[in-house]
Design a protein around this ligand. Sequence first.
Ligand code: HEC
Ligand code: HEC
Ligand code: HEC
Ligand code: HEC
Ligand code: HEC
Ligand code: HEC
Ligand code: HEC
Ligand code: HEC
Ligand code: HEC
Ligand code: HEC
Length: 329
Amino acid sequence: MPRFGTRLSLGLLVLLGFMTFLLPAHPQGAPATADKPAPAAQAAASPGAPAAPSTPAAAASDYVGSSEQCKVCHADEYSSWEHSPHWATTLDTRGGPAHQGCEGCHGAAASHLADPTDTSKLFLFEKASAKDINARCLTCHASGTEHMAAINSLHAKNDVSCISCHSPHHATEPQFLLVKAQPELCYSCHLQQKPQFAMPFHHRVNEGLVQCTDCHNPHGTIGEHQLRSSATQDAVCYTCHADKQGPFVFEHEVVKVEGCESCHTPHGSPNAHLLKVSNVNILCLSCHTTSFTNAPGAPSFHNQAAQYQACTLCHSQIHGSNFDPTFFK
Ligand code: HEC
Ligand code: HEC
Ligand code: HEC
Ligand code: HEC
Ligand code: HEC
Ligand code: HEC
Ligand code: HEC
Ligand code: HEC
Ligand code: HEC
Ligand code: HEC
């Protein structure tokens, strides 16, 4: 009995929707303004509705509501979908058919099912703009911190869309549905970074110990270079190098103010400690030359005789110290 009721009201809604279609000039006067507005009118009232960013506004009746029927003709896509995490959308009925199965991504498919040559109401990823693709995927993936800045990420702004890196049907990496595994995925566009990680000393990204995405969020961040931040909203480096965070009684100001990159090149370096330059004294003297002549405390032995070039032999707690203002211990 309730089944019949649903069918009846669905039929009515379709009829109402059709009538609004016939009276586009006076939508207010249309029967849709009765206590239950037709879905078509609802969708039209909010063109930016997340359910269908770039396909024509769809009514509930435009959806098939089942992915089984697509299997006959699209066996490969069906199979890849069935074996992917996206299969789970069939279990979540809260958003209705617009957020489930094939139609959750490809949009209303009833007219396509009736006439397979009609793909006008479908969302076709190959033909869509990066902006529309991102919006489409983000109807479900916008929540949580990982995707908070996705709309304005450097990738999004440069027309790199979700499907530049992910493929729901043709992923070669089942985990995260990636087109390719890291770091090759990233190197395929970031050619300049490849030789950096081939330097004598580097974070072992190519060896699989650290990943590009440990430091960067490919979905964008509020900060520069799409860099992630630590749990305390500080430099990402502290997630793994917690001992450098302090706070210290005697801070080496530059660490906190200018950041790790003022001395290190994290991708790779000819220096064993990933310093920007090969010799530590040249690094220090790029900021400290004047202090030797001006500061009364500067010992006279700070000439550049060989034994004083290894600054960190004496100033060993270079990231900050709790005991010594010149970072000896
Ligand atoms: C009776 C066979 C048949 C069924 C059933 C069918 N399709 Fe199709 N589908 C086709 C054909 C044929 C094309 C190619 C149409 C064209 O390009 O003219 C197509 C094209 C598509 C495309 C566009 C592919 C591209 O290359 O851009 C999508 C997406 C799609 N179908 C999704 C679906 C979904 C979702 C369903 C289930 C609701 C479905 N199809 C059911 C036959 C079918
Ligand atoms: C998570 C979103 C998503 C879901 C769910 C989804 N697709 Fe797709 N579909 C895509 C994307 C993106 C492409 C473009 C090719 C790619 O990146 O894998 C695509 C491409 C296609 C194509 C074009 C041919 C091809 O393989 O590239 C067809 C046909 C298709 N999908 C049918 C389906 C059917 C049928 C279902 C349900 C069984 C489905 N899709 C579920 C996102 C999705
Ligand atoms: C430049 C490549 C790239 C782009 C563009 C990209 N992703 Fe990702 N995505 C990844 C990688 C790599 C991972 C693997 C997890 C990680 O290490 O961060 C991932 C993980 C994910 C995950 C699972 C992890 C999680 O916490 O959410 C989802 C969901 C996801 N991406 C969705 C999207 C969506 C939606 C878009 C488009 C708005 C998108 N991605 C754009 C590379 C990318
Ligand atoms: C209708 C909602 C919906 C849409 C649209 C959607 N997804 Fe998903 N996606 C999900 C759900 C649900 C999961 C599985 C649950 C989870 O892990 O969060 C998922 C999981 C993922 C994952 C993680 C896979 C893994 O191995 O953990 C990636 C990556 C992803 N989606 C990418 C995309 C991309 C790219 C698009 C657009 C082409 C897209 N999604 C569109 C609902 C959606
Ligand atoms: C240990 C952390 C870390 C890892 C791992 C890492 N990066 Fe970076 N990356 C950074 C930092 C920090 C910057 C900013 C450099 C600066 O400000 O001088 C950066 C900058 C960049 C830039 C901006 C241009 C440039 O070189 O300054 C690109 C592109 C980039 N990284 C890509 C990648 C890719 C691709 C990978 C993996 C192959 C990767 N990164 C791995 C920390 C990392
Ligand atoms: C399809 C090509 C493509 C892929 C794949 C890709 N990127 Fe990018 N990436 C770009 C473009 C284009 C930009 C913006 C222009 C630029 O800065 O180079 C960019 C920008 C960045 C930036 C910011 C650079 C800056 O100057 O601040 C980082 C960091 C980055 N990508 C990391 C990654 C990582 C990590 C991966 C792999 C998970 C990846 N990218 C995969 C194309 C790509
Ligand atoms: C995901 C964890 C992780 C993150 C994030 C990370 N590192 Fe590292 N770092 C490592 C590991 C592991 C090593 C050891 C490298 C090895 O043995 O190959 C290392 C080594 C180093 C070294 C060289 C240590 C030596 O032996 O002298 C420096 C310098 C360094 N990291 C700086 C940074 C900076 C700067 C950042 C932030 C931009 C950063 N790291 C982010 C894991 C990380
Ligand atoms: C003022 C320059 C400078 C800044 C800024 C700096 N470092 Fe260093 N760092 C060095 C020098 C010099 C060494 C080599 C120390 C030695 O010779 O023993 C080093 C060594 C390291 C090492 C390896 C040896 C060790 O002590 O574990 C790591 C890891 C490291 N730095 C991480 C970081 C991180 C993370 C940051 C940012 C929070 C940072 N550094 C900021 C100069 C700096
Ligand atoms: C990017 C600039 C920069 C670099 C590189 C740098 N420092 Fe500093 N250092 C500073 C600043 C800024 C201060 C705090 C202001 C001041 O007192 O000069 C400081 C303070 C110090 C102090 C505390 C004594 C004092 O004058 O307050 C010592 C010792 C010191 N640095 C040693 C070094 C050594 C050794 C290196 C190389 C491993 C180094 N610094 C690299 C900028 C830098
Ligand atoms: C043999 C040990 C030794 C070496 C090597 C050494 N220093 Fe020093 N440094 C000292 C001593 C001792 C002081 C004075 C400490 C004090 O006043 O308490 C000092 C003080 C400093 C100060 C603080 C001066 C001021 O303005 O107050 C700076 C900056 C500094 N050194 C930088 C360097 C740099 C850069 C190098 C490498 C080129 C270097 N030191 C190598 C022992 C050393």
